[in-house]
Design a protein around this ligand. Structure first.
Ligand code: CS2
Length: 494
C-alpha cells in the first residue's frame, strides 16, 4: 500500500522532529510570484520566506510558476504546495516541511493566468530562478539577444509570451494600464550583476514593444542585485524514499540541500519586502563584490571540477574531491588565479571562505553529479572562468588552471568520453557545439579556434590573444593525449 500524500491535513501527524509551517496557511496572501520554481528556489528563497511567514508577516506567500514542464505543479499542487527540504550534513539529515508556496502554475498551459496573477496588486515582488539561459541574453555582453527565438516569439505574441522577460514585460504592461504600481524584479540566478542583467533585458524588451512603455519600466521598476548560494543537487528516488520513510507520508518532490546557505541582497524594494534578514539574509550595497567572489571561487571551481571530474570518471563532486590532484588543482585555482582578481567585500574573510568551499565540495552526504553542473557551459563559462582569465591577462598573470578548466569544457563538448562512450551534452548551443567540434576532429588547435570563436561566449578579445589560446590548446592536447586524471596530476604538481 502506498503511504498517504503530504497535505495540509497531514501536517499535524508529521513526526515532531520535522519542522513545519508555524502559521495559518489559509490567511497567507500571495505577495510574490516566482518564475522557475525549481529545487534551488525551494531550498533557498522559499525557506527564508517561510521564516518571515512564521514570524507573522503573512503578506508574502509565493505563487510559483514553471515556464516549461508541468512536473513541479503535478508534484506540489496535490499536496497543497507543501514539500520537504532535507538538509544533509555531517551531523545527519534535518527535515523541514515548507508551506511558503501556495500553488504552482504552468505558464505554457495558460499564459494569461500567469500574467493576471503577476498583475495582481498584492504581488509586490516577481523573483526568478530561470538559470543563465532563461534571460535570453548574450552572456558576453549581457544584453538582450534580439534574435533569440523566444524574444522573437514574445514580441510577436506579447499576450502569450514564452520567456521569463516576456512574462515580466506583459505583466508590467498590464499593471501600468490598470494603474497598479510596478513590482520589484528579483533575479536569484548565478549571473554577475544579475539585477542589472535582468534590467537590461526587460527594459530593452519593453522598449521594443513600445518606446514610452520602455521608459516607464526604466523609471518605475526596481531590479535589486543578489548573490545566492546553496548547493542543491537534483532530487533522486532514493531521496524521495528516505523522506517518505521519515515523514510517514509521501512527498512527491522533496529537495535536498547542504546546511550552508547564503543570500546577499541589494536593498531596493520600493514596494516592500519580507524581513529576510531575520532568516539570515544580508542586505548590502556590495552585492557585486560578493557575487564576483562567489561566481569565480565557488562556481568557477565547481565547473572546473565538473568537467575534469566527469572526464576522469567521477560521478559526483564529492567523488571528484577524493582525487588529491583535483582537490589541489581547485585550491590552486582559487588561491593563485582567482583571488588576485577579487575586490573583497568588507568584513569577508577570503581564506575562511575558500576553506569552507573545499569542505562543502567534500560533503559526502550530497550526491551532486558532475554531469548536472556540466550543463549549459556556454552560459556559465563567461562569469565563472573567462572574466577571471581576462583580469589575469590584463595584469600579466598566469592562467594555467583556468585554461585547463576551459580546455576540459572543450574536451567535454566533443561529446565522447575517454572510454569512447557518448556524452549527453546539454546546452542551448548543443547543436552548434556538435557541428563545430565534429568539423575540427581531434585536433586541439582546430577545436580551440572553432570553440573560442563563439563570440557570445568568448567575446572578440580572447580568441585573438595567444596568451589565452596557447595554454588552452596545450591543456586540451594533454587531455586528449594523457587523459584527465594524468593531466590533472601533472597540473597539480603531484
Ligand atoms: C552549480 C551551482 O549547477 C551548477 O552550475 O555550480 O548550481 C551551484 O551549486 C550553486 O551556485 C551553489 O550556490
Amino acid at each position: 500500500m502506498t503511504a498517504p500524500r503530504l497535505s495540509d491535513a497531514a501536517l499535524a501527524g508529521l513526526p515532531a522532529s520535522v519542522a513545519k509551517p508555524a502559521y495559518d496557511r489559509a490567511q497567507v496572501k500571495k505577495g510574490i510570484v516566482h518564475l522557475g520554481i525549481g529545487a534551488f528556489h525551494r531550498a533557498h528563497m522559499a525557506v527564508c520566506t517561510e521564516h518571515a511567514l512564521a514570524a507573522g508577516d503573512l503578506r508574502w506567500g509565493i505563487l510559483g510558476a514553471s515556464l516549461r514542464s508541468p512536473d513541479t505543479r503535478d508534484a506540489l499542487n496535490p499536496q497543497d504546495g507543501l514539500y520537504t527540504v532535507a538538509v544533509k550534513g555531517p551531523e545527519g539529515t534535518r527535515l523541514q516541511t515548507v508551506g511558503a508556496i501556495a500553488k504552482v502554475l504552468v505558464a505554457p498551459e495558460d499564459p494569461d493566468a500567469l500574467i493576471a496573477a503577476m498583475a495582481a496588486p498584492d504581488v509586490r515582488i516577481v523573483s526568478l530562478t530561470v538559470t543563465e539561459k532563461g534571460y535570453c541574453h548574450d552572456p558576453a555582453t549581457r544584453r538582450l539577444k534580439e534574435d533569440h527565438a523566444d524574444v522573437v516569439h514574445d514580441l510577436e505574441n506579447p499576450h502569450a509570451p514564452r520567456s521569463a522577460p516576456g512574462f515580466i514585460v506583459a505583466a508590467l504592461h498590464r499593471r501600468r494600464a490598470a494603474g497598479v504600481p510596478a513590482f520589484t524584479v528579483l533575479s536569484c540566478d548565478n549571473l554577475p550583476s544579475n539585477g542589472k542583467t535582468v534590467r537590461n533585458v526587460v527594459t530593452r524588451l519593453a522598449a521594443l514593444r513600445d518606446a514610452a512603455f520602455g521608459r516607464w519600466v526604466e523609471e518605475n521598476v526596481a531590479f535589486p542585485c543578489t548573490m545566492v548560494d546553496r548547493i542543491v543537487p537534483a532530487t533522486t528516488d532514493a531521496d524521495r524514499a528516505a523522506v517518505a520513510a521519515a515523514l510517514g507520508v509521501t512527498d512527491a518532490w522533496p529537495v535536498t540541500a547542504e546546511p550552508f546557505t547564503q543570500w546577499v541582497i541589494e536593498d531596493a524594494f520600493p514596494m516592500g519586502r519580507p524581513d529576510w534578514a531575520a532568516a539570515g539574509a544580508v542586505f548590502s550595497a556590495e552585492v557585486d563584490a560578493y557575487e564576483a567572489m562567489k561566481l569565480r571561487l565557488l562556481n568557477g571551481a565547481h565547473s572546473t571540477l565538473a568537467y575534469l571530474g566527469f572526464l576522469a570518471g567521477r560521478e559526483t563532486v564529492a567523488d571528484a574531491m577524493k582525487d588529491e590532484g583535483l582537490a589541489r588543482l581547485v585550491r590552486g585555482l582559487m588561491d593563485e588565479e582567482v583571488t588576485p582578481t577579487l575586490a573583497v567585500p568588507e568584513g569577508a574573510d577570503l581564506d575562511a571562505y575558500k576553506d569552507s568551499l573545499i569542505e562543502r565540495f567534500r560533503n559526502p552526504e550530497l550526491r551532486h553529479r558532475t554531469w548536472q553542473i556540466a550543463m549549459d557551459g556556454t552560459q556559465k563559462l563567461p562569469q565563472r572562468l573567462l572574466g577571471t582569465a581576462r583580469d589575469r591577462l590584463a595584469a600579466c598573470g598566469a592562467i594555467d588552471r583556468i585554461a585547463l578548466g576551459v580546455a576540459a569544457w572543450m574536451r567535454y563538448v566533443t561529446g565522447t568520453d575517454e572510454t569512447g562512450a557518448p556524452i549527453d551534452v546539454r546546452d542551448p548551443l548543443a547543436d552548434e557545439l556538435k557541428r563545430l567540434t565534429a568539423a575540427a576532429g581531434r585536433d586541439p588547435e582546430r577545436i580551440v579556434a572553432a570553440l573560442a570563436g563563439i563570440e557570445q561566449v568568448f567575446g572578440t578579445d580572447l580568441p585573438k590573444d595567444p596568451r589565452f589560446t596557447g595554454p588552452v590548446t596545450a591543456a586540451l592536447r594533454s587531455l586528449f593525449e594523457k587523459g584527465a586524471q594524468e593531466t590533472v596530476r601533472i597540473a597539480a604538481r603531484l
